[in-house]
Ligand binder design. Structure first.
Ligand code: NPG
Length: 369
């Protein structure tokens, strides 16, 4: 397959409420939406790259530059026999994985459509529903947090993740655990602590957590390996695992019990499948993270999370948890058992609302072969 035309749009899609982590606060999605055409088939994808380089080193401006100046011209030269060819074709560009995933995701959708199968099937998915949870940002005080968590539990979410940071960690987690003793609960530090904080973090062991996610630096594996024996709760890596090689290092160094897989952080679905398989072979569980994807990216997340070793609930909420109106006409609804239903239609299954997409587009650019 040779790509004939690719159109990119940078949107600004407002969130229902601001989302705050240990390091940043965002009020809307700055995702890059991709529409690709070849052989009469139109495919869609998304890079959920953020407004600021605070989760990783990229933002929508860097992604646009790298896509325009390097990745798209490189990919337009290649005759693609399968979606697995994209990552090697772009390997010369170092890092910039959020930019790369924009193209890689879209090519997976194209091949699924070409073969007349769902993306989940093409990726090797085995489930028709995936367990999901909700991620709760940092709140102004504990009563507000309890109210927000209660609302999500009432919506049907069976697993809750709390964002934590110094000064907002032990007490909020204690408050939620005391109120809901049986809730599936986990916390996410987004890289804000240091190894010296090990004893402080070990206080979280009192709350029967599913996992503690990425407490130490975004690019660290070594200190996480030192921290792991000092915690009872399973230790999960997110930011640090950006490639199959990083996953291998973490496994060989015994730096984590669990890996959070976000295909955008890893730069593609292909490398995400490799990490899934590698973790499974090593006896590590994986779960699917989230980057507040729009309705297009959300379909990819659900498809990938249908693979067998995604055994913990994913950060893949229903579209309405983040957006009043999304750019798809078939948003996911939460099932009563805190799952989302894997789409079985051809391709990623997103039905794009092109009028609304146009309305929320801030910039548009394209490349033609
Ligand atoms: O439900 O998509 C979701 C959000 C899940 O908390 C979530 N994502 O660090 O995992 C994270 C966090 C995040 C959000 C990271 C936005 C980067 C950008």
């Amino acid at each position: 397959m040779k790509i004939e035309r690719v159109e990119f749009r940078r949107v600004l899609l407002p969130y229902v409420a601001p989302f705050e982590t240990s390091g940043w606060r965002e009020t809307g999605s700055y995702a890059i939406i991709v529409k690709l055409e070849a052989e009469g088939i139109t495919a869609w994808g998304e890079s959920p790259v953020g407004a600021s380089p605070f989760y990783n080193e990229e933002n929508h401006n860097t992604a646009r530059t790298i896509l325009t100046d390097y990745l798209t011209p490189m990919l337009l030269q290649v005759d693609l026999a399968s979606p697995w060819d994209v990552t090697p074709a772009l390997a010369k560009v170092r890092g910039n994985r959020m930019a790369k995933c924009a193209l890689e995701f879209t090519v997976w959708d194209w091949f699924a459509r070409k073969q007349g199968v769902s993306l989940a099937k093409l990726l090797g998915g085995v489930r028709d529903r995936v367990p999901v949870g909700v991620s709760v940002g940092i709140q102004k005080d504990i009563p507000t947090l309890l109210k927000v968590v209660e609302n999500h539990i009432n919506e049907g979410y069976g697993r809750v993740k709390l964002k934590i940071k110094p000064g907002w960690d032990i007490e909020p987690t204690r408050a939620v655990r005391e109120r809901w003793p049986d809730l599936l609960l986990q916390v996410d530090a987004n890289s804000i602590y240091r190894l010296e904080d090990a004893a402080h973090l070990a206080q979280l062991d009192a709350f029967n957590l599913l996992l503690i996610e990425q407490p130490l630096a975004h690019d660290d594996i070594f200190d996480h390996a030192k921290l792991k024996p000092r915690l009872r709760a399973p230790l999960c890596l997110d930011e640090s695992i950006v490639s199959p090689e990083h996953a291998r290092w973490a496994i060989e160094m015994d730096a984590c019990d669990i890996i959070n897989i976000k295909p955008s952080r890893i730069g593609g679905l292909g490398d995400s499948v490799k990490i899934h398989d590698m973790a499974q072979a090593a006896g590590l569980k994986v779960w699917h993270g989230g980057m507040l994807e729009t309705g297009i990216g959300r379909t990819l997340n659900v498809a990938l999370a249908s693979l067998p070793n995604f055994v913990l609930p994913g950060d893949i909420s229903a579209n309405s948890r983040y957006f009043i109106r999304d750019i798809v006409t078939n948003p996911f609804e939460l099932n009563a058992d805190s799952t989302l239903t894997v789409l079985s239609g051809v391709g990623n299954g997103a039905l794009v609302d092109e009028d609304y997409l146009e309305a929320v587009t801030q910039e548009r650019w394209e490349a033609v072969a």
